[in-house]
Structures are given as C-alpha cells and as structure tokens.
Design a protein around this ligand. Structure first.
Ligand SMILES: NC(=O)c1ccc[n+]([C@@H]2O[C@H](COP(=O)([O-])OP(=O)(O)OC[C@H]3O[C@@H](n4cnc5c(N)ncnc54)[C@H](O)[C@@H]3O)[C@@H](O)[C@H]2O)c1
Length: 246
C-alpha cells in the first residue's frame, strides 16, 4: 500500500497508461480522480473500484484546471499527486502541418499540463509529499517523420518539469516526467495491430517486446511513492531499451 492516504488526479485515465495507472494507484491505497474526455468509457473503465472517482472533462478546455481541482478536493479533501498523462499524437509532416494540429497537440500535451499544475500548487504545497508526474515520451529527445508538433510538445514537457522541480523543491514537492517508449495503447493500437509493424518495434527494443500500460504505470507509481522522495527533475525512461542505440 505505497500510496495509502494519498489523493491523486490522473488525466487521460479512460485508456492505456492513464487507465492502468489509476488502477494501480488505487490498488496501492490512493483515492484517485480519473479524468478523460466524455464518450471514452471512463466510468465503465473504473466502475469496479470504490476509491476511483471519475470526471469527464477535456483538459484543454478553458476552466478545466479549476473544475478538476474543485472536484478532487471536494471529493477527497486534499491533493497530493498530479499525474498529467492525457495526450494526443497526429502525424503531419512539417511542410504540411496544419495550424489546427499544432495548436491541438501543444494545447493538450503541454499547456493543459502546465495550467493544471499551476492550479494544483496551493494544494501540493500543504501536502506532506507533493508529487508532479508528467507523461513526456522518448520523443522528448528523439524524433520521427510527422512528429514535429508531438516532439515539440514532449520536449516542452521535459523543460517545464525540470523548472517546476527547481522552483517547487523548497515546498517538498517533486516534479518528474516519464519517457515511455513504444507502448501498446489506444494511441498506438492502429499501428501495432499490424503484426509486421508491432514486430519491427518490438525488435528495436533491447527487451524484444512492446511495452504495456502497466510497465509505465509502475514507473509512475515509483515516482509517486515515498521511494522517490529524493528524485526530482528527472526524466524516467521506460522503453525496454528502445533508445539505447542509433
Ligand atoms: N503509447 C505510446 O507508445 C506512448 C509513448 C510515449 C508517450 N506516450 C504518452 O502517453 C500518454 C498516454 O497515452 P496512451 O499511450 O496511454 O494513449 P491512449 O490513447 O490509450 O490514452 C490517452 C488518453 O488521453 C485522453 N485524452 C486525449 N485528449 C484529451 C483531452 N483533451 N482531455 C482529456 N483527456 C484526453 C484520451 O481520450 C485517452 O483516453 C500520452 O501523453 C502519450 O503521448 C505514449
């Protein structure tokens, strides 16, 4: 029970990494507010756990941070852990990049993370061990064709998180980000349902397999727990060795 008596917000929690993390955090004793877009099966995903509440909310909407913080503190009376995980990825080459895709990607993947953290800071400051965890990606350091907006957003998450770690450390708050590799989730399902593509990505990793949502959830649990009490400003790579070589 590594998160006994802790309260966490997890975004993007209807599917993939966020869903697995909500489940794992709840199993470790946390009360969790799971947030995702309407129509993504959020309530169904968490109906079996009494200590997971749900909120259907677009994290990029104006007013979303206030609503999320109000909901979690109203329900559970405090807030210890913010796990910013909701994310989008649409392939568009730089030359053909639409402003709409650029804005959506940066708004959801980066700006919404920042605004939620900003709204959470007063609560994290009074928590005994405030924790900020942001999902970045190995694409914070690497790249691929069509990922210009995604890579920019994830590199932004890394820089933002290091700054938060520096500024908030004096309040006992840690801020870290996770760099998942190739993980089989809602985001990647379309690609990885193709056995050939899945095989190529599995072989690229030293561990010779795709990651599963639980692999990342375990990393997030470590960063949320007392075990990571002296870890801050760190990018935790959870990629099975995908990015070890050129
Ligand atoms: N799957 C991978 O290989 C991989 C690799 C690196 C990083 N990531 C990152 O992991 C995070 C989780 O993605 P996943 O792979 O579990 O995919 P996923 O599609 O299974 O889950 C993402 C969730 O975020 C939600 N979401 C999207 N936009 C939202 C918004 N505006 N408001 C609220 N919720 C929103 C989606 O509805 C979805 O349920 C993302 O930040 C993604 O960039 C994934």
């Amino acid at each position: 029970m590594r998160l006994q008596n802790r309260v966490a917000v997890i975004t993007g929690a209807a599917s993939g990494i966020g869903r697995a993390s909500a489940d794992l955090f709840a199993a470790e004793g946390a009360n969790v507010l799971a947030v995702d877009l309407p129509g993504q099966g959020l309530n169904e995903a968490h109906k079996d756990r009494d200590n997971i509440a749900t909120l259907e909310q677009n994290v990029a909407d104006k007013g979303a941070p206030g609503r999320i913080i109000e909901e979690v503190t109203g329900r559970f009376g405090r807030l210890d852990i913010v796990f910013n995980n909701a994310g989008v990825s649409r392939n568009e080459l730089a030359e053909l990049q639409s402003e709409a895709n650029w804005d959506l990607t940066l708004d959801v993947n980066l700006k919404a993370q920042f605004l939620l953290i900003q709204a959470a800071i007063p609560h994290l400051k009074v928590a005994p061990a405030g924790r900020i965890i942001n999902t970045a990606s190995v694409m914070a350091r690497m790249t691929d064709y069509g990922l210009i907006a995604y890579c920019a957003s994830k590199a932004g998450v890394a820089g933002m998180t290091r700054t938060l770690a520096l500024e908030l450390g004096k309040y006992g708050i840690t801020a870290n980000y996770i760099e998942p590799g190739a993980i089989y989730t809602g985001l990647t399902r379309k690609n990885f349902e193709d056995e050939k593509i899945a095989g190529i990505w599995a072989r690229k990793a030293a561990l010779r397999r795709l990651g599963q949502p639980i692999d990342i959830a375990r990393g997030a649990l470590f960063l949320a727990s007392d075990d990571a009490g002296f870890v801050s400003g760190h990018g935790l790579v959870v990629d099975g060795g995908l990015t070890l070589r050129t």
